[in-house]
Ligand binder design. Structure first.
Ligand code: SF4
Ligand code: F3S
Length: 104
């Protein structure tokens, strides 16, 4: 599966939603996550994310993100159409450790 990671938080471009063939993105207030059981590993979303936030979970060190994507995709609503990103989203691109400080 692919997972959404830290740099999505408060960037939330949502370009990923438009390209996913199985609509497996779920929307929280400040980020999106992928449902690991629904993702078919096509990889199309990875290069579409302007924040470079989407990674294959085969990359090392992503356990925490796989857990987070699993947990919140079960709680948050599905999103299948791109919406307007937050007004200040570009200012958040590249800010470090957003999970600890800015997730909610
Ligand atoms: Fe959707 Fe493919 Fe990305 Fe998985 S890898 S979330 S199926 S676009
Ligand atoms: Fe987030 Fe990138 Fe999608 S910033 S909403 S994973 S396009």
């Amino acid at each position: 599966t692919y997972v959404v990671t830290d740099n999505c938080i408060r960037c939330k471009y949502m370009d990923c939603v438009e390209v996913c063939p199985v609509d497996c993105f779920y929307e929280g207030e400040n980020m999106l996550v992928i449902h690991p059981d629904e993702c078919i590993d096509c990889g199309v979303c990875e290069p579409e994310c302007p924040a470079d936030a989407i990674k294959p979970d085969t990359e090392p060190g992503l356990d925490k993100w796989l857990q987070l994507n699993t947990e919140y995709s079960a709680k948050w609503p599905n999103i299948s159409q791109k919406k307007e990103p937050p007004a200040d989203h570009k200012e958040w691109d590249g800010v470090e450790n957003k999970l600890e400080n800015h997730f909610s």
